[in-house]
Design a protein around this ligand. Sequence first.
Ligand code: UFG
Length: 292
Amino acid sequence: MLLSRESKNSPVNSAGTFPFIRFDAVIHFAGLKAVGESVSKPLLYHDNNIVGTITLLEVMAAHGCKNLVFSSSATVYGWPKKVPCTEEFPLSAVNPYGRTKLFIEEICRDLRNSDSQWKIILLRYFNPVGAHPSGLIGEDPRGTPNNLMPFVQQVAVGRGQALTVFGKDYSTKDGTGVRDYIHVVDLADGHIAALKKLSDPKIGCDVYNLGTGKGTSVLEMVTAFEKASGKKIPLQIAGRRPGDAEVVYASIKKAETELKWKAKYGIEDMCKDQWNWASKNPFGYGSLESKK
Ligand code: UFG
């Protein structure tokens, strides 16, 4: 939001710029992220995610701030041929949402190639779950959740009847999809590590995976959540979800060596903190009325 009036107390002048503030770096988390919606509304995704990023990069340059940490995603590995996914893997996208992340990565690489003052770190998130341990901050998806853990959480608080498990015929330990779940607090710490790394003169446009390096199946995740919450999560086995990869988990070597960052929390902590948030806030930031 830009303030429209210039005053002694306002950092914003009448031109809408910030003449007295120096911005050291920007962490760009903003973006639409629902895969299914991106398939039905591709222009919305390209406009919001890509055009929004270009606008941000232009504004940053106008303010002489050329240090960026960007939230990319493991989605840019597409359906990986092998695991763990290393940062050098070939990139592909299987839906418009994934394409926006991939295109933004390419835009950042082009920008750095054009001007060596830019220092950019692209963080490829794996599957962020959990909540802040205080139980005060957590995920509150609008409408039906797309992702596994917000759905499990809604079933646990009585807002859903059963979890639909998408596919039990994968070649995995129990037939369900395997992912690299990472606690949101670890993810946040990864951003601090990336911000610190921006002062390394060797940084150009560099990529790091943020994951735990461990694969967990849907059923293992459900069992861990049942244990943490004491609630039974009824399951309904369905067919595979189109576009889902079988097994995705991160190689964490590069982040560990270069960012000096490593995830501290396991799936028990993720489920404990997610349940703490859910049980204290069964309707997220709203109320029963607001969710009707
Ligand atoms: N799953 C279910 N039932 C559900 C929801 C999910 O069985 O109701 C399964 C999926 O089939 C998958 C696993 O749970 O095996 C995880 O699914 P999510 O939707 O939680 O996460 P994805 O791995 O599909 O996607 C996540 C992010 C994307 C990102 C991608 C990168 O949500 O933004 O990781 O790989 F692009």
